[in-house]
Design a protein around this ligand. Structure first.
Ligand SMILES: Nc1ncnc2c1ncn2[C@@H]1O[C@H](COP(=O)(O)OP(=O)(O)O)[C@@H](O)[C@H]1O
Ligand SMILES: [Mg+2]
Length: 405
């Protein structure tokens, strides 16, 4: 089993997928922009070979270079788990005649307008939306759709350049702030709770499923620095409150022609009970969501994904044992972390439920909270009871404080 895996080193969790591929018996041919000498030994031991390319995001260039590199070597799979590489992987599969999702199918997971059109065509509820390429189109679109609206990049990530737009004045501000974005989606603002629907699929059918709740919604968390964003995986997927979202999610996978691998979808539950599609990618969620899912079931999805991708089987147990919460912290002040309060007390009282504590240490430079969801670090905790898990997460959010100066 020869696997070309794009971007095996970055983002860091890609090294875990590389490990997973090697563990299920694949020979991994990595492609990245980092020099081979700079790769950590823990990664290199799982790579059969590695190609350094000058511009990883240049789809045509990477396709040509990899094609020349592996042609005639009998490659069985071309895979990518990083959002910006999934189309390049599809292009290469088509060029090499390797099985897997087509370029057109993957486009349905990358282009937010196309995905909504395809999902809507299957009779599913999506926000009403218009693709806009200029301020004039946006103004006309706003007149047609009516406020409140959301303006966001057609191929965005991490809520970057995403704005709630409630008025003409908001629209002008949002347009000014998104001038560098070539194409946007202007869409109906959906009020309600926001959840994920995550899977590892075999031929579009979930072998593994997960739902997590955002507390608060990512757009709010990304707009207010004082918030400690919390995401909690839900242990009990069989509850009535989630049934609509899970059913929607499964039908979206069919509508978009999902094949093998990870998906990460977001959906809204309106106060009326109506569920609305948000967006979907054919790759895992970021910001440690895979770690959260692993802690939910005590399994290793890095390896199980690899098993699915290579051999079409999923062997881990899917019994859900815990609600797993991640709490991202943002320090007060700028510069270096100067002190952390409340952590020792929290760990003394509730440390048995904490599975990872990765706050930046005193002395470390603060991260840019707009650029990384992980912010100044995180705490992962878990509990079998939903209310207890959320209560503990809220305690970390409010009682643990990081300072910088
Ligand atoms: N139509 C919408 N209605 C309400 N909120 C939205 C809408 N679209 C996006 N958002 C908010 O903005 C966030 C980012 O948008 P999303 O489409 O998920 O892009 P990204 O790829 O950046 O995650 C969402 O998680 C949600 O909180
Ligand atoms: Mg999103």
């Amino acid at each position: 089993m020869k696997v070309v895996f794009l971007a095996p080193a970055y983002p860091p969790e890609m090294q875990q997928y590389t490990r997973g591929l090697a563990e299920v018996g694949a020979s991994v041919y990595g492609v990245g922009d980092a020099p081979v000498a700079s790769l950590p030994r823990s990664l290199k031991q799982h790579l059969t070979d590695y190609l350094q390319v000058p511009r990883l995001l240049d789809e045509a260039d990477v396709t040509e270079r990899v094609y020349q590199w592996v042609r005639g070597r009998g490659v069985d799979r071309v895979l990518a788990n990083w959002e910006v590489m999934v189309l390049t992987a599809a292009r290469l599969r088509e060029r090499l005649g390797v099985p897997g999702m087509s370029y057109d199918a993957v486009r349905g997971f990358r282009d937010k307008q196309l995905m909504k059109e395809r999902v809507a065509a299957a009779g599913l509820r999506v926000p009403r939306a218009i693709r806009v390429r200029s301020a004039a189109e946006a103004r006309a679109g706003a007149a047609q759709l009516g406020y409140p609206l959301v303006l966001k990049p057609i191929a965005g990530a991490g809520s970057a350049d995403t704005f709630q737009v409630d008025s003409d004045a908001d629209l002008e501000r949002a347009l000014a702030a998104t001038q560098h974005v070539p194409e946007c989606s202007l869409e109906e603002f959906i009020d309600g709770d926001e959840f994920t629907f995550d899977t590892v699929c075999i031929d579009g059918k979930p072998a593994f499923m997960n739902v997590a709740q955002y507390l608060p919604k990512p757009l709010i968390a990304r707009t207010n620095e004082w918030i400690s964003p919390v995401i909690v995986t839900v242990r009990n997927l069989d509850q009535p409150a989630l049934a609509g979202g899970v059913a929607l999610g499964k039908r979206v996978l069919t509508a978009l022609g999902m094949g093998d691998g990870f998906t990460h979808m977001e959906w809204f539950s309106k106060p009326s009970g109506e569920v609305v599609f948000g967006e979907i990618g054919c790759r895992p969620g970021g910001a440690h969501l895979v770690d959260q899912m692993n802690y939910t079931c005590d399994i290793d999805l890095f390896r199980e994904w690899a098993r699915v991708a290579c051999w079409g089987t999923f062997e881990a147990p899917t019994t859900r044992k815990y609600n797993v919460a991640i709490i991202f912290k943002r320090a007060i002040g700028q510069g270096r972390i100067s002190k952390i309060t409340g952590l020792r007390e929290f760990l003394r009282a509730h440390g048995e439920h904490v599975v990872e504590s990765k706050l930046l240490p005193v002395g470390a430079q603060r991260r840019n909270w707009k650029h990384t969801l992980v912010s100044d670090g995180y705490i992962l905790l878990r509990h079998p009871d939903w209310r207890t898990a959320v209560t503990l997460a809220n305690m970390v959010a409010t009682d643990v404080t990081m300072y910088a100066e």
